[in-house]
Design a protein around this ligand. Structure first.
Ligand code: ADP
Length: 373
């Protein structure tokens, strides 16, 4: 703050002289108005850091001036001190109720007035500083959010190119060596997973998903998930078992979204539950719903975080054997997706240890109902 500026509204020339002299001793600037008419315009033009207001004025009262200042954005936070001979409780209470910061009865000591002004000016300077810091912080935060949104969005194209290139090399049989083929498959899987993470993040940002439900053979869907993961589990020494499934369990669902949910749950089962040595998954119909389950035999999840793990960016450092810790978006995506499918997802303790992630969705739902919405 530069040189403090004080605005005085008082019709008493003696008071005005005393205040003027006191303020001048401090090296502050002062502007003085003696009546209500035009006082607000004068205050606005002066842009004060503090207001000193008398209650009784020749053409009205100081309360209405204080209220007008409080209602004006440029003066609403400027400290207001009443300096007045009116000293009853009602007037004091009224002054504070319309937003005054202080009330000094006449006669007054100039030193006390200055001491109070100093305190209010310091508070205002601190408040202004904090406000400036907060605004700068919010601007920085918005910029960095916009930037990361842009990066996430733009990542999809190069990742898709990497994935397409790897798939082409594999599909065309351009590599004959089995070890290299396996490495390429790993890289292909990693690029798939990165694309999925980008999609999860973008969907989470949108806060909704486009659902395309159609009659689907759930057994086939689970089989495709197993084919996708079996090599990966094998490599990590974890047995992946698709539980015996109901024959011809058909449900009206969005297979791509269920696939993405299961990929997230199985990745986690591998990452956090591998100490258990095996992971099982499957699905069964129960009344009007289908329940998918991914079961690991790892260390399990403490009750205190069983719901928190579905929050965006919540994560712990329990990944095993140096596996990269995640970003806390997988389960947040699963919860969003479960909701968009008209269902729910939760986790339970498995009997004998480990976790059971359960996804329950309606067995039938109007085809593409949400997509049309
Ligand atoms: P990420 O795995 O990227 O950290 P997620 O949203 O997939 O994010 O998971 C959030 C957190 O939930 C993980 O950090 C982990 O602490 C916990 N978690 C998820 N799945 C399991 C599991 N199968 N066993 C133990 N903890 C798990």
């Amino acid at each position: 703050m530069g040189t403090p500026r004080v605005f005085l509204l008082d019709d008493d020339p003696v008071i005005a002289r005393i205040v003027e002299a006191a303020v001048a001793r401090e090296g502050w600037l002062l502007t003085h108005a003696a009546k209500l008419a035009g006082a607000l315009d004068a205050a606005l033009a002066f842009a004060p850091d503090a207001l000193i207001i008398d209650v009784q004025l020749p053409d009205g009262d100081g309360f209405s001036f204080c209220a007008a200042c409080r209602a004006h954005p440029a003066l609403s936070t400027v400290p207001a001190l009443f300096l007045t001979g009116v000293n009853d409780v009602d007037s004091r209470l009224r002054a504070f109720s319309i937003g005054a910061q202080d009330y000094i009865p006449k006669p007054f000591a100039a030193e006390e007035l200055l001491a109070r002004l100093r305190a209010h000016l310091r508070l205002k300077a601190e408040r202004d500083h904090l406000k400036g810091e907060k605004e700068a912080y919010l601007i920085r935060e918005r910029l960095s959010r916009d930037m990361s949104d842009m990066i996430v969005h733009d990542l999809r194209a190069p990742l898709a190119t990497v994935k397409a290139t790897l798939s082409l090399i594999l599909d065309e049989g351009l590599i004959e060596n089995h070890d290299y083929q396996r490495l390429m498959k790993n890289a292909e899987f990693a690029s798939d997973f990165a694309i999925m993470m980008v999609s999860d993040l973008l969907d989470l940002k949108e806060g909704r998903l486009r659902v395309n439900a159609e009659p689907t053979d759930v057994g086939d869907l689970l089989g495709r998930v197993r084919d996708c993961f079996s090599a990966r589990f094998q490599m990590n020494g974890v047995a992946l078992r698709l539980r015996p499934r109901e024959e011809h369990l058909v449900a009206t669902l969005d297979a791509a979204i269920i696939f993405r949910i299961l990929v997230n749950l199985l990745e986690n089962a591998l990452k956090y539950g591998r100490s258990g040595g095996r992971v099982e998954f499957g699905a069964e119909a129960s009344g009007s719903v289908v329940i998918f389950e991914v079961r690991d035999y790892g260390e399990g999840i403490p009750d205190s975080v069983k719901t928190k793990i579905f929050e965006k960016f919540f994560r712990t450092d329990t990944a095993k054997d140096g596996a990269a810790p995640g970003f806390g978006i997988g389960l947040a995506f699963c919860r969003l997706a479960a909701g968009e499918l008209g269902g729910r997802i939760w986790v339970e303790d498995g009997v004998g240890g480990g976790s059971r992630f359960m996804l329950e969705i309606p067995r039938t739902r109007p085809i593409t109902a949400k997509a049309k919405a």
